[in-house]
Design a protein around this ligand. Structure first.
Ligand code: GTP
Ligand code: MG
Length: 359
């Protein structure tokens, strides 16, 4: 029988987090990133537990001692769910949920859930629905059992917009076919636009970078638009394109798009192929970086890797944004520029640089 669940958007749920640690040097980065992801999914993190991956247990990912420790903690501190910063199989999710008596989300479901919360355009909604359906299909029996037990609502079960998640295999399969066709149409439109643009000699510049770096803020500043910018991860899922005038009657098309993160779920990369097509087709990438983030160098590497994997152009200007928050000077490399969307210094220098790279 088909099951649908109510969307519960505003409710803040209490979460405990479990991080399997590969390398102790990564611990601080991992804790900071998963905390931001939870915040962006409207979750309150009560405590983070961690354990070396050496203690990996196939049934529950964490060792049995850790399961007991968490169980004990939950007895005194009731929480709604456990977030595991790892890709879980359906049965691992179910085993953990059975042992601990709470709903379980893995890293992928958490990111997909944030995307579902933020999808606004029909393109974004179509893409996220496809990612959700593909994810659900591979873990359907475990999810229907474990998440259904907790009312099947809240984090991990939210569909885009006002829609509800479907847990019926046949319906999911037929929806995947419809969604894939819609995405193919969007991609074809993009290809036509590209041909037309090239015919008219108009260049495409795309904003890329780690999520929350300030891409939408820069887009607004450069094009005097007002699109949604927020201090949460994955605030933007849609592509928005506008003309950017560079002086001397010259202009290019500037596009703002989805942000990146480490270990971007492949379900999302595949489902966002239409949106990412825009990145692939760009003549120049403005790689926006939050330079005030302690881990900005690592974020640059992550973004470069994703751009390389997508086959994006290697014509890239690295914009070290949020320099207003820097407390000490930093070294700047050749293709980098210090910037702040708050005090707007360097805007003419940036436009000149764009012009130079495009010609
Ligand atoms: N202090 C400071 N804050 C900034 C600057 N640029 C952007 N921000 C803030 O950073 C946060 C994220 O900005 P967005 O423009 O939404 O970032 P984004 O890269 O589009 O993020 P996603 O769409 O979520 O991937 C917002 O709260 C902005 O106000 C800057 O130069 N300085
Ligand atoms: Mg944005």
């Amino acid at each position: 029988m088909s099951k649908t669940y109510e969307v519960d958007k505003k409710e803040i749920e209490k979460a405990i987090v479990f991080c399997p640690i590969k390398d102790d040097r990564d611990k601080e980065y991992q804790f900071a990133e998963i905390s931001r992801l939870c915040f962006s999914a409207d979750l309150e993190v009560v405590k983070i537990f961690s354990q070396s991956v050496d203690a990996f247990n196939r049934r529950t990912v964490m060792g049995s001692g850790k399961v007991e420790e968490i169980k004990e903690f939950l007895r005194d501190n009731p929480c709604d769910l456990l977030v595991v910063d790892f890709q879980l199989t359906g049965s691992q999710m179910k085993n953990l949920s059975d042992e601990l008596g709470v709903k379980v989300l893995d890293r992928i479901l958490l990111i997909i859930d944030i995307f579902a919360l933020n999808a606004k355009s029909s393109e974004g909604k179509t893409e996220i629905k496809l990612a959700q359906n593909k994810y659900l299909l591979t873990r359907l029996s475990s999810l229907a059992g474990s998440q259904g037990r907790f009312g099947g609502k809240g984090a991990g079960m939210r569909g885009p917009g006002e829609t509800k998640l479907e847990l019926d295999r046949r319906k999911i399969e037929s929806e995947i076919v419809t969604l894939e066709k819609e995405i193919e149409k969007i991609k074809n439109n993009r290809k036509q636009n590209k041909i037309l643009r090239e015919k008219n000699g108009i260049k495409s510049v795309v904003l890329g970078g780690y999520t929350n770096a300030g891409k939408s803020s820069l887009f607004n500043l450069l094009t005097k638009e007002s699109i949604y910018a927020d201090d949460k991860l994955f605030a933007t899922l849609d592509t928005t394109s506008r003309r950017l005038f560079l002086g001397d009657n010259e202009f290019c098309i500037l596009t703002d798009t989805v942000g990146f993160i480490s270990k971007l779920p492949h379900e999302l990369v595949e489902s966002f192929s239409a949106t990412l097509e825009e990145v692939k087709n760009a003549d120049l990438i403005l790689h926006v970086v939050d330079v005030a983030d302690n881990f900005f160098k690592r974020n640059i590497e992550i973004t470069n890797k994703i751009l390389d994997d997508l086959g994006a152009t290697d014509k890239r200007i690295v914009i070290l944004n949020k320099c207003d928050l820097l407390t000490k000077p930093i070294e700047i490399e050749k293709n980098q520029i210090l910037f702040s969307t708050k005090n707007k210094n360097n805007i003419d220098k940036l436009k000149m640089l764009i012009k130079e790279y495009l010609n």
